[in-house]
Design a protein around this ligand. Structure first.
Ligand code: ADP
Length: 172
């Protein structure tokens, strides 16, 4: 097929996707989505939301560092952070897709609403959903933090590097 740059369906177009989230902390579920997303896209930006209303356990710097360590072998994955509207960030980064994960029906409702709102605000950016892998579909950062704070072992739910970060936080 010949590459016509004005044709949105042309095969020469680079797929640049943003995977936004809090990643507080990164879990095996997030990592699975990053690996699968990286295989599907030309460039995947894992974008940490700097949310001034939430009090995260890990700073943006710590989260950037842990994601970078764990994804070091994925050459088309970049780690960044943003604040404000996701669609404005997508426009700044020239991204044509947003990647999100769906674990259960409860995710579906809010994800659908966000995807529809984002499409109204910026139709050029399409939201792509990946179903969570069944072995990770019950994992959430919130639960991991809770277990780790109560002294539980979370090593089967998060990448090895993240276990170290959690241990340091709970002992500190
Ligand atoms: P939030 O944006 O609610 O803070 P997270 O940072 O936890 O969410 O997650 C970002 C994205 O990753 C969301 O699309 C979420 O559905 C997805 N996600 C979270 N945990 C998992 C998991 N275990 N498996 C697959 N996707 C997940």
């Amino acid at each position: 097929m010949s590459g016509n740059p004005s044709d949105p369906g042309n095969s020469q177009r680079r797929l640049v996707a943003i995977y936004p989230g809090s990643f507080d902390p990164l879990t095996n579920g997030h990592l699975d989505l990053i690996c699968r997303g990286a295989r599907l896209t030309d460039h995947l930006i894992v974008a940490i939301l700097r949310n001034t209303h939430k009090r995260p356990l890990f700073s943006v710097g710590e989260r950037t560092e842990m994601i970078r360590k764990v994804t070091a072998s994925l050459t088309n994955v970049e780690i960044d952070s943003f604040e404000g509207l996701l669609v404005n960030y997508a426009a700044r980064r020239n991204a044509n897709a947003i990647l999100r994960g769906i674990r259960a029906i409860s995710d579906y409702e809010t994800e659908l609403q966000m995807a529809l709102l984002n499409r109204r605000m910026r139709p050029e950016t399409e939201t792509i959903f990946l179903m969570a892998a069944e072995e990770y579909s019950f994992i959430s950062s919130r639960m991991i933090k809770e277990i780790a704070t109560l002294g539980g072992d979370v090593s089967q739910f998060v990448p090895e590097a993240v276990t170290g970060y959690l241990r340091t936080k709970s002992s500190g």
